[in-house]
Write a protein that binds this ligand. Structure first.
Ligand SMILES: NC(=O)c1ccc[n+]([C@@H]2O[C@H](COP(=O)([O-])OP(=O)(O)OC[C@H]3O[C@@H](n4cnc5c(N)ncnc54)[C@H](OP(=O)(O)O)[C@@H]3O)[C@@H](O)[C@H]2O)c1
Length: 269
């Protein structure tokens, strides 16, 4: 048997045209250790957006073409093309993780037939995904596909981050952007594990959100005295490790400087 379904793909050519297309793909029978999953839910992670849209100029999108309308074109400005040199000309399937129901299973995976699973491995923005059993996890009874679609990227990153901090002997953590989906998970794990977390947000709404889930150290990077507040929070908690997912501007260096200033208050400690 074969399954024919749609798959969302992103291609950038040498001239900078980015084409988003819903391609028809055919999946053949699963191998012994594989299953075919009917995809029912997928999240949009920032890394998915990176692959989907690259550094395209989103202020101008050409009207969709094709019949049915399956192709959309955007333009990557010449100055940004160098950043995507490695993917030029490749049609890339999008969607890091997802969840759905197993509709066919290889001989070593028959126990999964009919089960709802979460899965990780790319090409999830599709009707069907053939995947190795080692890349799926059966969802508990009653869990919806939406419940299980985001069970890998953010949870494992947050857990891995806390475990790394513990293993390296750090007493507390600094994180930005703290009100993100990942940041909220990190805060909940830190509360459960008794690890102080210094949360950096960029609005009062985000600060209120973090406090509502139990955060005690919440700093708004827009505050005039932000750097002084950060130094105090780092000194109070003893934070010596940080997770900066923004990566631009001077926030990263502000965090490192706050750690240096805090450390200088107790030389030799
Ligand atoms: N393994 C990994 O390396 C890994 C895994 C998972 C996630 N991540 C990264 O972790 C981050 C959070 O992921 P998520 O899925 O939780 O994202 P999310 O829920 O979409 O949240 C994104 C957050 O980033 C904030 N933000 C965006 N641009 C910003 C800027 N220039 N300055 C300050 N804040 C900014 C947004 O605030 P506003 O609402 O104010 O825009 C929002 O709070 C992403 O950067 C993601 O790529 C990395």
């Amino acid at each position: 048997m074969a399954w024919i379904g749609r798959e969302l793909r992103s291609t950038i050519d040498e001239s900078g045209t980015l084409v988003l297309s819903l391609d028809q793909v055919e999946l053949t029978e699963p191998g012994d250790d594989e299953v075919v999953v009917q995809v029912e839910a997928t999240p949009v992670n920032p890394s998915d957006i990176g692959l989907l849209l690259g550094p395209a100029d989103l202020s101008h999108i050409e009207p969709p073409v094709g019949s049915p309308l399956t192709t959309l074109k955007l333009t990557v400005p010449p100055a940004r093309l160098k950043a995507v040199a490695g993917r030029i000309g490749q049609s890339l399937a999008v969607g890091n993780e997802g969840a759905g129901t197993v509709i066919a299973a290889g001989k070593n995976a028959v126990a999964l037939q009919g089960k709802r699973v979460g899965m990780y491995g790319g090409a999830m923005y599709a009707d069907y995904r053939k995947i190795n059993v080692s890349d799926v996890i059966t969802l508990p009874d009653g869990a919806s596909a939406a419940d299980g679609a985001s069970m890998f990227i953010n949870p494992l990153t947050a857990l891995g981050f806390v475990e790394t901090a513990k293993r390296e002997g750090h007493k507390a953590i600094v994180h930005t952007p703290a009100a993100s989906n990942l940041g909220q998970m990190l805060q909940r794990i830190c509360l459960a594990d008794g690890i102080p977390l210094v949360n950096i947000v960029r609005s009062e709404e985000q600060a209120a959100l973090m406090r509502s889930i139990g955060a005690t150290h919440v700093l708004n990077s827009k505050d005039e005295d932000f750097v002084a507040q950060l130094t105090e929070a780092v000194a109070e908690t003893g934070a010596t490790i940080a997770f900066d997912a923004i990566g631009g501007g001077k926030l990263g260096s502000d965090i490192l400087r706050a750690m240096e200033r805090a450390a200088a208050r107790t030389p030799g400690a």
